[in-house]
Structure formats: C-alpha cells, structure tokens
Design a protein around this ligand. Structure first.
Ligand code: CDP
Length: 230
C-alpha cells in the first residue's frame, strides 16, 4: 500500500520555474491549514551538497555518489515565525543558500538522474499527514501522488517568469539580468521537459492555469474553488 492510499487529501501543484508554484502552494496550504511539500527544495539540497563536495556531474561515478547523497540527506524542515520554512542540512541553516540560481540550475541537472529521483520518492511521500498536503513540484501529480484529489498545473510565459524571478532576487538584495534569467529558465524548462524520467508535463487529469495575467489571490481562489467543486 502506498502512502497515497491513506485517506488524507492531497493537492498537487506542478509547473515550470517561476510559474508561481511556491507562493501559491504556501497560500493554499495556509488557507486549508494543511502541510506543504516543497519538493524542489529536496533537489536543491542534493545539488547544494554536490556542489559543496565538488562532485563533477559529468563523471561516470557521479550518479552513484548523488544517489548516496540523496538517500542519506540529513535534512530538517521547520516552520518559522514568518510563515516560511527553515531548512537545516546537517544542522546548518541553508534556507537562503539553496535558493541561488546556481543551485537551481544544478538541481535541474541532478534531477535528471533516475536514481536520485528514486532515492527521494519515499521521503516525499512521507510528507503526507493529516489533515492534508499541498505538494509543489514538477511530478507531484504524475509520479509522487498520482491519486491526488486535485491536480493543478501552473504556466506563464517565459518573459513573465523571468520578471518574477528577477523581483524575487531583488527582494533578497541580489541583482541579476533579465535576459540571462529568461535564458536560464528556458534552458531549465527544456531539460526538465525532455528528461526520460518524470519529465515536466501536466498529469492527464490536471487543471491547467495560465498565471501570466492573474494575481496571486486570483490563482489561490481558483485552486480553492476547484478543490471545493471536485
Ligand atoms: O523554484 P523553481 O521553480 O525555480 O525550482 P524548484 O521547484 O526549486 O526546483 C529546482 C529544480 O529541481 C527544477 O528545475 C527541477 O529540475 C527539479 N525538480 C524536479 O525535477 N522535480 C520536482 N518535483 C521538483 C523539482
């Protein structure tokens, strides 16, 4: 029996980089009083640990080393006072560090290894607890929680997603170049969509929401309405 056979409800929110998954998932989880899984953070953590250990991703033993890292990831997620989540890796606070563009890009390379995805699968399913879970990622509705009660797939144009990413970085005091960000996003999308294992695609039964012209509140309301109507 998989964890998704339990009676706790799951809403999956998948989509490409900058489509608003993180913000929307957090708001929906708050509204419902549910738990949240930021699956991208797990891939970012493996990437962070790989960068720290200077594992060259193109070498022949990289996959085996990454699998070991992913399997044994010593990570603690703790809700903080600002409604966010602090992430401790081997006791060290890496909440901010894993959000770098370098970590995001390395995460998408690390995420293409089938054994890394396998190593993280059960860990992700363990986030499902009462009263329910909002799961944010790329393959939440297709692979990790295929029996989810509601599946959402968020999209937005690459331009808009680049602008959102630029604003997120600005808020954290990091300057970046919009063209470069859009190029990175497009490269990452292509890699995520083309990989063999769990590529970035909407589940057959997902509701697709283009967020380009919508406010955060509008998207949150659509998700909550879809959950009530289902
Ligand atoms: O925040 P952003 O959308 O840029 O990225 P993220 O959700 O933190 O994920 C970083 C990378 O991890 C993505 O580009 C994917 O390659 C990978 N990922 C994945 O393969 N499967 C998931 N369920 C979540 C993330």
């Amino acid at each position: 029996m998989s964890n998704t056979d339990k009676t706790f409800p799951v809403i999956t929110i998948d989509g490409p980089a900058g489509s608003g998954k993180g913000t929307i998932s957090q708001r929906v989880a708050e509204e419902l009083g549910w738990h949240i899984l930021d699956s991208g953070a797990l891939y970012r953590l493996v990437a962070f640990a790989a960068l720290e250990r200077k594992i060259a991703l193109e070498t022949s033993d990289a996959e085996a080393r990454l699998y070991e890292l992913a399997k044994n990831l010593d990570v603690i997620f703790t809700p903080n006072e600002e409604q966010g989540i602090d992430i401790l890796l081997e006791g060290k606070d890496v909440t901010e560090a894993i959000r770098s563009e370098q970590c995001g890009n390395t995460a998408s390379r690390v995420a293409a290894f089938q054994s890394v995805r396998q190593a993280l699968l059960e860990r992700q399913r363990q986030f499902l607890k009462a009263p329910g879970l909002v799961a944010d990622g790329r393959d939440m509705g297709t692979v990790v929680f295929p029996e989810a009660q509601l599946k959402i797939f968020l999209t937005a144009s690459a331009e808009i997603r680049g602008e959102r990413r630029l604003n997120q970085l600005k808020e954290r005091g990091i300057s970046a170049n919009l063209r470069g960000l859009i190029r990175d996003i497009e490269e990452r999308d292509a890699r995520d969509m083309q990989r063999k294992d769990a590529p970035l695609v909407p589940a057959d039964d997902a509701i697709i929401i283009d967020t380009s012209e919508l406010s955060i509140d509008e998207v949150v309301n659509r998700v909550l309405e879809a959950y009530q109507k289902r």
